[in-house]
Design a protein around this ligand. Structure first.
Ligand code: ISL
Length: 516
């Protein structure tokens, strides 16, 4: 069925600098990803079993924001390889049934992109209006908008270009000038970038900063009260939806492609608007799990609100970690991270796994002399831990970021044959999900549960699963109100069944049970 692959599939995010280096320069690359595809899905239970990857940007870039500053949307940065390497990666992924999303960065380009080089060359250059230029106000920036990076220092989102005496807008670094999304030529240029990759065979896009593209045309100051939370005039304007509809039309020129939008709305009521009338991008990321403290009630509230708000055509998604946030295993600790994984992979909605999450990788403390990111995100981007060889099998050179100190112990090879490992847990869980219509696409219903326990039922014709997650440090009991057979527990190799459907949960234990 059209669209079932991204509704029923499990996604995996690859940060290409950190997955696998193939040429010894210490930075991961596309050929390295190809080499490691069997870890992701080799068609047997030995592999993780995911269905799709999202690869963070690998385009030509001066790397001020490690690829989120693109200087050529249609070529691969030499650090990562060539277009030929990309084609091979795509072919090898598809051969294994793995779909591929590439990361589209349309809010801004690099200041080295030829469009911006032209745009800044003179006030009457034909590309001047491709970016947002404005005259100084009282000798300073045109308004009070702030950049995302350097928020603590209250850095302005404007930089003066002395050559032409005007300021240009940049939501992120000064080296990432924002495109002017009121300009139809810009819109057409990005449509063509999408077609370039769709023609090459990609299955879709993850779209960066998709909520922010359009900014107030009059460049009005943000009200002060809004400054900290949601800036009113440069964030989530209604016109953004028009662009998402346009992108959907581009996707629909092709067969069965999709896009997931990075939307950082805190309020789910805002987020749900990005599904439109089934005429916008297929899913906006729901980042709310990333912001929750370890509390059953909080996670339950997110899920229930989301389930209540979603129109029938909309399909949810969830994510616990990504390249911008502290890793789940660091936020919660190893035992709880396993409970979180059980939740992620049994809820109704597409799960996104961040590379290394399947082996419990944690944030690494980076010594000051090795910090390279502008926004403190190096710790969650360290190289993938494959085995106990030097640099954990990631690279024969000096890795661009330090390896985790525990990499010799925490790695794929060490967990592969250990049935009690986190990797084995993920593999079993993903296989269970794939094998069960109830878990893949069935309905969701919250169950009554004691304080600190989140319990729910997933149900489809011919199958019913109960999930009980104990978020507390005490023993708790969960009841499914019908005979139940334990299928999986986060704790041990615990097995068993319960005639009355009641299970005693150890502290921070989660169980998955098949219900009659
Ligand atoms: O603005 C935010 C919170 O107020 C952020 O969540 C923002 O949406 C986020 O930083 C955007 O991130 C994406 O675009 C950045 C890039 O550095 C990140 O890695 C990427 O995920 C700029 O392209």
């Amino acid at each position: 069925m059209r669209g079932s692959w991204w509704r029923e599939g499990v996604f995996y995010q690859i940060y290409p600098r950190s997955f696998q280096d193939s040429n010894g320069d210490g930075v991961g690359d596309l050929a390295g990803i190809t080499r490691r595809l069997d870890h992701l899905n080799d068609g047997t239970p030995a592999s993780l079993g995911i269905d799709a990857i999202w690869i963070s940007p690998f385009y030509r870039s001066p790397m001020k924001d490690f690829g989120y500053d693109v200087s050529d949307y249609r070529d691969i940065d030499p650090t990562f390889g060539t277009l030929g390497d990309f084609d091979r990666l795509l072919e090898e992924a598809h051969r294994r049934g793995i779909r591929v999303l590439v990361d589209l960065v349309p809010n801004h380009t690099s200041d080295q992109h030829p469009w911006f080089v032209e745009s800044r060359s003179s006030r009457d250059n034909p590309k001047r209006n491709w970016y947002v230029w404005a005259d100084p106000r009282r000798g300073g920036p045109p308004n009070n908008w702030r950049a995302v990076f350097g928020a603590r220092e209250k850095r302005s989102a404007w930089t003066l270009d002395p050559a032409t005496g005007q300021y240009y807008l940049h939501h992120f670094l000064p080296e990432q000038p924002d495109l002017n999304w009121w300009n139809e030529e810009v819109r057409r240029a990005i449509d063509d970038v999408m077609r370039f990759w769709l023609d090459r065979g990609v299955d879709g896009f993850r779209i960066d900063v998709a909520h922010s593209l359009v900014k107030d045309q009059r460049l009005r100051d943000n009200p002060r009260l809004f400054a900290k939370r949601r800036p009113r005039h440069n964030w989530e304007l209604d016109e953004v939806h028009e662009i998402h509809r346009r992108w959907r039309r581009v996707l629909d020129e092709y067969d069965d492609r999709m896009a997931v939008a990075e939307v950082s709305s805190r309020k789910l009521a805002n987020l749900v608007r990005y599904y439109g009338n089934d005429d916008e991008l297929q899913m906006p990321f729901n980042f709310n799990f990333l912001r929750q403290p370890w509390s059953a009630e909080r996670f339950r509230a997110v899920v229930e609100e989301w389930e209540r708000l979603l129109p029938h055509h909309a399909w949810p998604d969830y994510t616990l970690s990504n390249h911008d946030r502290s890793r789940a295993a660091s936020r919660y600790g190893p035992r709880r991270a396993r409970v979180a994984a059980l939740m992620l992979l049994t809820l109704r909605g597409t799960p996104f796994i961040y590379y290394g999450e399947e082996i419990g990788m944690t944030d690494v403390t980076i010594p000051p002399e090795r910090i390279v990111d502008v926004d403190g995100r190096d710790g969650e981007r360290t190289p993938m831990q494959w085995d106990a060889t030097p640099n954990a099998g990631f690279s024969t050179g000096r890795p661009w970021l330090p390896m985790a100190p525990d990499a010799q112990r925490v790695n794929v090879a060490a967990q592969r044959d250990d049935p009690g490992s986190l990797f084995s847990f993920y593999r079993r869980l993903i296989r269970l999900r794939h094998g069960s219509p109830a878990l893949r696409s069935g309905s969701y219903r919250t169950l009554p549960a004691p304080r600190g326990v989140f319990a729910y039922v997933r149900e489809a014709e011919g199958g019913r699963y109960g999930v009980g997650l104990n978020f507390t440090d005490r023993a708790r009991r969960v009841g499914f109100a019908r005979p139940a057979r334990l299928v999986l527990s986060t704790s041990t190799d615990r097995e068993g069944s319960a005639e009355l459907g009641e299970f005693d949960l150890a502290p921070n234990e989660g169980v998955l049970a098949q219900l009659s």
